[in-house]
Design a protein around this ligand. Structure first.
Ligand SMILES: [Zn+2]
Ligand SMILES: [Zn+2]
Length: 246
């Protein structure tokens, strides 16, 4: 199948008003996912280091309050943990992560302390790769946080980390695009699996992955390495991660 025929089946990186710099409710995001025909959506608010982020109590109560299936969509409880230093530390405890189904770790300028160099960024991602609780490497192409892509992506592949191709970056982080292309090419080289996510901060962006898919198509990215490009592969991923299918 040509990659441009790809229809993503899940959007596993989304924010709601709980992050306070996103502008749709949980229900609006789920409805948007249902409208798009998605099988699953992950709610991944920022960890507490981000200004205005929800507290631990929010995350602890997610699963108990949000139905796992709603409007025909599998709603997965997660977090976008912020990497807070260049030693791979994040702003969420292991105990909290164990109560959630899906964990993204990302670098944001607002929440990381220390000096960004290729060496320091390489170090922090290598440490993240060793963290068994982290599922997804969030938008690692962010400009200003370049690392030894070849070395680290090889390790991401070995450790089974999913490298995010963040479609929001094509809208909001245009300086990152050349890095995203390099990263995708290295995922192809090393056999690292990728996941296409919107990082939506408003309902209209849920499941909108066209720019990311176009980029992957242009580099002849193998479809079998994209975990959310067909339902069977995606369900296998959930089973692999002990995440229930319904
Ligand atoms: Zn982020
Ligand atoms: Zn995000």
């Amino acid at each position: 199948m040509a990659i441009n025929m790809i229809q993503t089946v899940a959007d596993m990186h989304c924010h709601t008003i709980a992050s306070t710099h996103a502008y749709s409710t949980v229900k609006e995001m789920i409805t948007a996912a249902a409208r798009k025909g998605l099988y699953a959506i992950a709610l991944t608010e920022h960890g507490r280091a981000m200004p205005g982020a929800p507290g631990t109590f929010y995350f602890e109560n997610l699963k108990r309050n949000i139905p796992s299936m709603y409007e025909g969509v599998r709603v997965i409880t997660g977090i976008e943990a912020n990497i807070i230093d260049y030693e791979g530390n994040i702003d969420a405890s292991d105990e909290l992560l164990d109560r959630l189904e899906w964990v993204i770790a990302s670098i944001h300028s607002y929440t990381i302390n220390g000096e960004s160099t290729v060496e320091s960024c390489t170090n922090t991602w290598l440490k993240i790769a060793e963290n068994p609780r982290i599922d997804v490497i969030g938008h690692c192409g962010t400009a200003g946080y370049e690392f030894d892509y070849d070395k680290v992506i090889k390790v991401f592949a070995e450790k089974g980390k999913l490298v995010e191709i963040n479609s929001g970056s094509f809208r909001f982080r245009p300086k990152s695009i050349p890095n995203c292309i390099k990263i995708a090419q290295l995922c192809k080289k090393h056999g690292a699996r990728v996941i296409i996510n919107s990082d939506a901060h408003f309902e209209d962006a849920v499941g909108v992955h066209d720019s990311a898919i176009k980029m992957l198509e242009e580099i002849n990215f193998p479809k079998e390495l994209i975990v959310n490009a067909d339902i069977d592969t995606f369900k296998k991923l959930l089973i692999e991660k002990n995440i229930s299918l319904d």
